[in-house]
Design a binder for this molecule. Structure first.
Ligand SMILES: [Zn+2]
Length: 67
C-alpha cells in the first residue's frame, strides 16, 4: 500500500514536466508561459499547445518570460 501512495505522489509531481502548456504565437513563432504579459495580450494568432509541440513547430522562447 505504501508503495502505491509513493508512486502516486511521484506521478503527481512528474506530470507537469511532461505536459507544460505554453501560449504559442503562430505569427511570430514565439511561445510564452501562460502567465506572461504578452501571452495575455495575444488573442488573435495565439494557441495553447504543449511546449514540446511548440518547439517542434519551430517555436522560440519569449525573451521576456523565457517561454
Ligand atoms: Zn512571454
Amino acid at each position: 500500500m505504501k508503495k502505491i501512495i509513493t508512486f502516486l505522489i511521484l506521478f503527481a509531481f512528474a506530470t507537469p514536466a511532461f505536459a507544460e502548456t505554453v501560449v504559442f504565437n503562430t505569427n511570430t513563432g514565439k511561445y510564452h508561459k501562460t502567465s506572461c504579459t504578452w501571452a495575455k495580450k495575444c488573442t488573435v494568432n495565439c494557441i495553447k499547445i504543449d511546449k514540446q509541440k511548440a518547439k517542434q513547430q519551430g517555436g522560440r522562447p519569449c525573451k521576456v518570460c523565457g517561454g
